[in-house]
Design a binder for this molecule. Sequence first.
Ligand code: PMP
Length: 360
Amino acid sequence: MSRVYNFCSGPAALPEAVLEKAQSELLDWHGAGVSVMEMSHRSDEFVSILTSAKARLSRLLNIPDDYEILFAQGGASTLFAQIPANLTHGFDRACYLDTGAWSSKAIKEAKKYTDVILSGSSKEQNYTTVPDFDALTLDEKAAYLHVTPNETIGGLEFDALPDTELPIVADLSSTILSRQIDVSKYGLIYAGAQKNVGPAGVVINIIRKDLLARSNNAVLPTVWSFETLAKNDSMINTPPTFAIYLADLVFEWLEAQGGVAAMEKINIEKAELLYSAIDQSDFYSNPIDMQYRSRMNVPFVLADASLEATFLEESERAGLRTLAGHRSVGGMRASIYNAMPKSGVEALIEFMSSFEKRYG
Ligand code: PMP
């Protein structure tokens, strides 16, 4: 067996210890005589896995009692539609902050359901920064304010939230569990699992319970209704059982690492190492406003773009996998989520330095 350092933005690397545990339980989960993939979602065994996943996530993020955790299918992209479909009932508009490719997609989808008020945009700055929060257009009659505090493609991340009474809806797909957050500041947090949580196939929603009343079940597809999902403990129909089980194992691993605070500390170290290697060289560069550089997704380009293909070929051969940037932007991108050890970032930096010596 030879595992490599995997810098894929998602589906991303999972902790090896989690994969080994899943492997050891694959044929016979806890004496059930079957794998998790083969058991009824209504069985006591699976219900215990779901309950454990919710309890661990609650502990890891200090989720207050007035929030509900929902595990849904369809990925974060489905939520781009599901959110306005649920939360704009009784409203005729919603506010959106535009900070990159993923918020733009969320906006495009929301427009099919409601009027979108563009609260602010950094499009003119090529999404290298975040709009000034003091100059946002916030309509207090809107259903909510949607933000994307982690633009996975652009490599931009922000922590502070605009000052508003509106419920804040946040796509935290690539940062969830990578840094501490105050859940009580949000109306709804959602995140596709395949970066920091587990395999693709499950999307996590953490929703303030009062917002559940907005779901208009007369017109919503049943499986889309946040209220019905909550009432049925995420099991209106068959949930993605194996993905939820893997997420529970990742949560268990995170608790053993010391929780989110401990992960955040390591993530800061990893990001600082990589950005300082980029900044110290004229050969590599990253365009994002320093204060908004993502700790999870680090895009960079070579001064000589004609060397990109060689960089990718050689890095792959050196055991550094999937360093190509998103197909829409090109260049390089290293995704360094929780499961990427510091040694992986050090190996990348060493490779970058040797590549520069050879071609710079
Ligand atoms: N939002 C963000 C911030 C993302 O990074 C991604 C996936 N890269 C998505 C949404 C879409 O996720 P999915 O593929 O699960 O629909």
